[in-house]
Write a protein that binds this ligand. Structure first.
Ligand code: SF4
Length: 294
């Protein structure tokens, strides 16, 4: 794919600069004049039930339009969890047979999931294609590794609290006010691959965890069916302190220390007073939880 002459077909279902017949003409002209050179950006899953009647645009099914537009595309990007994995439309029982783009067009697709995807990541993937004339390296789910290579948990600023076993147990408890880890409130950061904790949102202003809400795993395949939300993950892959948050609590109580896993637990538990002290020093009144209660 040559970068020169690459055209951008802004989106299959939504063209912000035009609407109606003007948008249709823009799409048709791009497909005709830049055959084999345009990048197709697709938003939304495609309902395939009943011959695609659940989503029709200008008298044609979304499925029909997608297949036509994909034919001459130099690269295809699926924007968001809907186009990448089906998202809420494809959640059980999926009455419209909503289907991800990669299963419909018979050519490679770059998945950029998220609900919504991060704007900086979207722009970066397009820029990568334009700069290098090829797509970025992808993971097993078709996501660019440079942005989906690490868990939200790995770069989360609340991670020290997780490691020290300091958790929020209710939305308005002292732990919540002190910014403790949201794992017990259902945070899925430990099993979610995305760049939210690094790039953040709205010009790096914040992201869900910084706003006090756990990650809901919106960049993962089938995240609506992986629920329920707001219940902590019973367990997930990892060693020692990552086996479960409840294990941490138990270890705090009985002081078990056996083998490598237990070493990881106890090492992080030792940090707990230090972290609690840091919270104390940074709080306006410099008070501990116990002092505040008195
Ligand atoms: S469980 Fe969630 S809030 Fe806690 S450290 Fe991991 S990503 Fe951050």
């Amino acid at each position: 794919m040559k970068t020169t002459g690459l055209a951008l077909l802004a989106a299959l279902l939504l063209l912000p600069a035009a609407a109606g017949a003007a948008a249709e003409k823009c799409r048709d002209d791009t497909m005709k004049n830049y055959a084999g050179k345009y990048i197709l950006l697709v938003e939304g899953s495609v309902p395939t039930g009943e011959d695609g009647v659940y989503c029709c645009i200008g008298g044609r099914s979304a499925l029909d339009i997608l297949k036509e537009a994909a034919k001459g595309a130099a690269a295809v990007i699926a924007w968001g969890n809907c186009a990448s994995f089906g998202c809420v439309q494809a959640a059980k029982p999926n009455p419209t047979h909503a289907t991800p783009i990669s299963k419909l067009i018979g050519k490679p697709v770059i998945n950029v999931p998220g609900c919504p995807p991060i704007a900086d990541v979207m722009a970066a993937v397009v820029v990568h294609l334009l700069m290098f004339g090829r797509g970025p390296e992808l993971d097993a789910q078709g996501r660019p590794r440079e942005f989906y290579g690490r868990r939200v948990h790995d770069t989360c600023y609340r991670r020290p609290y997780y490691d020290a076993g300091l958790f929020v147990d209710a939305w308005d408890d002292d732990g919540a006010r002190k910014g403790y880890c949201l794992f017990r409130m259902g945070c899925r950061g430990p099993v979610t691959y995305n760049a939210c904790s690094v790039t953040k949102w709205n010009q790096s202003t914040s992201y869900p965890i910084q706003s006090g809400h756990g990650c809901i795993g919106c960049s993962e395949n089938g995240f609506w069916d992986n629920g329920p939300f707001y219940r902590h993950l019973p367990s997930f892959p990892g060693f020692g302190i990552e086996s479960t948050a409840d294990t941490v609590g138990a270890a705090l109580g009985i002081g078990v220390a056996v083998g490598v896993a237990a070493h990881a637990v106890t090492t992080n538990i030792r940090k707990r007073p230090l972290i609690a002290e840091t919270v104390k020093e940074s709080s306006p009144a410099g008070q501990t939880e116990d002092e505040e209660a008195q």
